[in-house]
Design a protein around this ligand. Structure first.
Ligand SMILES: Nc1ncnc2c1ncn2[C@@H]1O[C@H](COP(=O)(O)OP(=O)(O)OP(=O)(O)O)[C@@H](O)[C@H]1O
Ligand SMILES: [Mg+2]
Length: 398
């Protein structure tokens, strides 16, 4: 086992047994066509759950799992999405079709070569032609087919391959709401893409769609609210923080050769607040030390706030408006939670602060704990703010 900042699976994957077992069972059950929505805050472990479920389903004959992450986009156009999704589908179906080439290499080679390779595969003429087209068109150039039809083609490819190989295609679209940001003729496509996918998917019998999202409000637009295109189309699961004993397990399993003081472990649990990413990061910083005490944990936390903080939190912070920043800085530094209190600190009336709280909640920066009571969603982001905007000699208060 090793600390990892990438999605965890196999022996690196801790806890979540009930959820993963349930998903594996439902998704491989031939009588079921329903998939899952996983939602939860950033870095809580959504992608890891999908990857672990995929790993377990890959062992089953009747299912082919296609995992697609919207984070990896390059151009961010609809055509690129359709092509990359098709490539992932072809790649996963490759072994079932007898494909001996890497799909990424194939996509870059000549049409003649692609034709030759596909000729050897056990496919209907129609599917072969579709694959050939989806692999070889140039997403940067205008094609005769409009981009939305390309998306339809990609989904149909999955459906046809599943049908022709007598399998179920479990499609996992990680960070699903991000696809609303895809560009169509230079503009964001928005909810239309969801409606389109819903319409295509409605008639499909072999694709089981699963999605994730980090920002509750955008996922609401996509799937959770009664007016959303995918309302009641999924089994909805919230991914919650890990219990302390599992955070402890991530640390202890990976630092077998170190002697770790009890208060150091407690500090890691408290600091990471059940978010596995932070446990992995701190653990990685502590590697190679024979003895680990509270001071070492403090140093690791400082390192995290410096290294990662500048990468992730700075961007999150800069994406906020100046009023929103004022509010969260006050919340972090003065430990305030009520709009009236915050308002009097930053010289704004209560209802204005309330309005901004709504925005901040939609952006998953704050969470509403009760009437007139809010807190910052991520305790580490809070620390980063304290460190950057609070007293100059700040040390983490764990
Ligand atoms: N069950 C787990 N056991 C051990 N480590 C985990 C687990 N789940 C997640 N992690 C670790 O936490 C970090 C974040 O995981 P992951 O990328 O799956 O989260 P996410 O919710 O998809 O994050 P993002 O919001 O960035 O997409 C990674 O370092 C991963 O290795
Ligand atoms: Mg993820």
């Amino acid at each position: 086992m090793a600390f990892t900042l990438r999605a965890a699976k196999g022996k690196n994957f801790i806890d979540r047994k009930e959820l993963v077992d349930e998903m594996v069972k439902t998704l491989s059950d031939e009588r079921q066509l329903i998939g899952y929505v996983l939602y939860g805050q950033r870095r809580i472990g959504k992608s890891s759950i999908l990857k672990e479920v995929k790993r377990r389903l890959d062992a089953k004959e009747n299912t082919v799992v296609v995992y697609y992450s919207q984070w990896k986009k390059v151009e961010g156009t609809i055509s690129e999405f359709a092509q990359r999704l098709s490539q992932e589908i072809i790649m996963e179906y490759g072994p079932k079709l007898g494909l001996r080439y890497k799909v990424s290499g194939l996509a870059r080679s000549s049409i003649t070569h692609v034709k030759e390779v596909l000729a050897d595969l056990n496919l209907t003429v129609k599917t072969r032609a579709e694959i050939e087209f989806m692999l070889t068109f140039d997403p940067r150039k205008k094609t005769e087919i409009d981009p939305l039809t390309l998306v339809e083609n990609a989904f149909n490819l999955g459906e046809n391959m599943a049908c022709e190989t007598n399998t179920r295609c479990v499609l996992m679209l990680d960070e699903f709401p991000e696809i609303m940001k895809l560009k169509l003729n230079g503009r964001e496509v928005g909810e239309n893409i969801l409606k389109l996918i819903r319409t295509i998917h409605e008639d499909q019998e072999n694709i089981i769609l699963n999605i994730t999202g980090s920002v509750k409000s955008t996922l609401e637009t996509a799937a959770l609210s009664p007016t959303s295109p995918f309302y009641r189309q999924f089994i909805v699961k919230e991914v919650i923080p890990l219990e302390n004993r599992y955070i402890k397990k991530i640390i202890l399993d990976n630092l077998k050769d170190s002697k770790i003081a009890d208060d150091a472990i407690d500090m890691i649990c408290k600091f990471s607040a059940g978010i596995p990413f932070y446990a992995q990061f701190i653990g990685r910083e502590l590697r190679g030390k024979k003895r680990i005490d509270a001071k070492d944990v403090n140093n690791a936390v400082n390192e995290l706030l410096t290294q990662e903080g500048e990468l992730i939190f700075r961007r999150e912070y800069e994406n906020l408006s100046s009023k929103e920043r004022l509010i969260i800085v006050d919340m972090a530094i003065n430990d305030t939670s009520a709009p009236s209190e915050i308002g009097s600190n930053i010289d704004e009336d209560r209802s204005t602060v309330g309005t901004y709280m709504d925005y901040l909640e939609k952006k998953a920066v704050v969470r509403k704990d009760g009437r007139g009571k809010y807190s910052l969603e991520d305790p580490i982001f809070k620390m980063w703010i304290e460190r950057n905007f609070g007293e100059w000699d700040w040390m983490p208060q764990i």
